[in-house]
Design a protein around this ligand. Structure first.
Ligand code: NAD
Length: 520
């Protein structure tokens, strides 16, 4: 009998021995840098002459690893290998498939700090953020394995029909393209892969260009446990070439994509175009960006609200789809909350996160991202009042550091209040009253997460009805969804509301077959 699902606890870095263990994991990962990794297609490990480097954004000259620079032909080969493996994998008993996830979870738990250390070095997460990413990956493995066991035989849900025996089976779809982003490169990659394969699909996994090393480590967990060749294929290379081909290939049955709105919209269109030889409608599971808001009214506990605003805006440098990049504050308490938000932001520590567990903010992901964020900051100086930050931080190693930046008195329709910046930039917006604040919160094309700080029960109930987001939080920050507790996914341009980590997620990776047999 399986124990019920429980979230993986977070590591307590106040303990000296835990910090020493984490430091040892960082040292170990650093001692392994510089290796070259192949494509994994079926049983083949394919080294290519052309490679690209994955680097540490705190010290970009530090190359962590080299990955094969694949192209469309490699995507084709990987899809062919996945299609071949699907012929048998689809019939592997669900208990056996679930077991691969349980084993991967157990091993990731044992090697937790190693995975988190890679996240610190490859994408610049603080220790706590990295630890949460790894814990979420473990949760996805444990949760989806249990969900698939539950779903596999759903016959008991059918209404009995006289003279017949009816059964209902959730069977897999086929070959899936798994295309995650770099910002939760362990949890999201692991979640999308594990959901797909436990449901009986085979996949081609293409990690984001900025984070292939953690992607490799996730895939390795499955290969090392003897997952049959071809069930999980690994290709690296440019998203617009390799990823694009994976999407348009006629043998691709579904696409699980998490990433930006623009790439997601392009995938949505491509997935709808039927290719010669294609026999099905492709399913596109798209989880996209956000322009999330924290609403504060005059009844709120203001110190808590200010803390929530700061963590929502600046955790992982604001590079979360759930980042609270807008704080909408009713006018009676606007000045007070603003003051507290600035005071808390002043205390945030910034630096290379491998140096200490006390670093709260690391670098942004790469040069291009830094350029884009600095452009928004420049725009912000015209659209609002710069209250804090506003500058890049020079380091001798050329890391991609940006100060946490706060703009006040921002118009709700300003570009910095409407467009996803994906960096440490917070827009403070003054609302006339609570009604106005909710109206402003809803007035974007996104609808992913939102927070409301209020002690007025009636207002919270109204937000429950009227605040149009997939994940709504009361009196807490807008980030930090937990698997099982907060099924995650957004409305409008934030995606197809796939609710990762929720009881319905695996339905997206399956199709239901109803069988009725005449008896007597
Ligand atoms: P991105 O869209 O640039 O890239 C995502 C993935 O798509 C990468 O693997 C990339 O290589 C690939 N890709 C790029 N072009 C492609 C193409 N033409 N065809 C197929 N694949 C292609 O996004 P990113 O910068 O990696 O991630 C940040 C974005 O992800 C933000 O917008 C963020 O809000 C969003 N995000 C959403 C969620 C969610 O659950 N809704 C979670 C995390 C991140």
């Amino acid at each position: 009998m399986l124990p019920p699902f429980k979230n993986e606890p977070f590591t307590d870095f106040t303990q000296a021995n835990t910090r020493a263990e984490f430091q040892a994991a960082l040292d170990r990962v650093k001692s392994e840098v510089g290796q070259t990794y192949p494509l994994v297609i079926g049983e083949q490990r394919l080294a290519l002459a052309s490679t690209f480097a994955t680097v540490n954004p705190s010290r970009p000259q530090e190359r962590l690893a080299h990955f094969a620079d694949g192209d469309a032909t490699h995507a084709d080969q990987a899809i062919a290998a996945a299609a071949e493996a699907f012929k048998t994998w689809q019939y592997v008993p669900v208990e056996t498939r679930a077991d691969y996830l349980f084993k991967a979870a157990a091993q990731m738990r044992q090697r937790k700090h190693e995975f988190s250390a890679v996240l610190v070095l490859e994408v610049g997460k603080s220790w706590a953020e990295a630890d949460a990413d790894t814990a979420e990956a473990i949760d996805f493995l444990e949760y989806y394995a249990r969900q698939m066991l539950r779903l596999a035989d759903s016959s008991h849900l059918l209404t009995p029909y006289d003279g017949e025996r009816g059964t209902l089976h959730y069977i897999p779809l086929g070959v899936g393209a798994i295309i995650p982003p770099w910002n939760f490169p362990c949890a999201i990659a692991c979640g999308m892969i594990s959901a797909a394969i436990v449901a009986g699909n085979t996949v081609v996994f293409k990690p984001a260009e900025q984070s292939p090393l953690i992607g490799w480590k996730v895939a390795e967990l499955f290969w090392d446990n003897g997952l049959p060749d071809g069930v999980l294929n690994f290709v690296t290379g440019p998203g617009h070439i390799v990823g694009a081909r994976m999407v348009e290939h006629p043998q691709t049955r579904f696409i699980a994509f998490t990433g930006s709105r623009n790439v997601g919209l392009e995938i949505n269109v491509k997935a709808a175009q039927v290719q010669p030889g294609q026999k099905w409608l492709k399913r596109a599971i798209l989880e996209l960006g956000g322009k999330d808001a924290v609403v504060v009214d005059e009844t709120a506990q203001l110190d808590r609200a200010a803390q929530g605003i700061v963590s929502s805006a600046f955790g992982f440098q604001g590079q979360k789809c759930s980042a609270g990049s807008r704080a909408i504050i009713v006018k009676d308490v606007y000045d007070q909350v603003t003051e507290q938000v600035i005071a808390l932001t002043e205390k945030l520590t910034i630096g290379a996160p491998d140096h200490s567990h006390e670093i709260y903010m690391g670098p942004v992901i790469d040069r291009e991202s830094m350029r884009r964020i600095m452009e928004y900051i420049e725009l912000g100086t015209q659209e609002g009042e710069l209250l804090y930050g506003g500058h890049a931080i020079e380091t001798p190693e050329g890391g991609y550091f940006i100060q946490p930046t706060i703009f006040g008195q921002v118009d709700p329709h300003a570009r910095i209040a409407q467009e996803e910046i994906f960096g440490p930039v917070l827009a403070l917006i003054k609302a006339e009253d609570y009604d106005h604040a909710i109206a402003i919160a809803n007035d974007t094309e996104y609808g992913l997460t939102g927070s409301v700080y209020s002690q007025d029960r009636g207002r919270l109930e109204r937000a429950a009805r009227e605040y149009f987001v997939g994940n709504l939080y009361f009196n807490r920050k807008s980030t930090g969804a937990m698997v099982g507790a907060h099924p995650f996914g957004g409305f409008n341009m934030s995606g197809t509301d796939s609710k990762a980590g929720g009881p319905d997620y695996l339905l997206l990776f399956t199709q239901a077959k109803s069988i009725a047999e005449k008896i007597g």
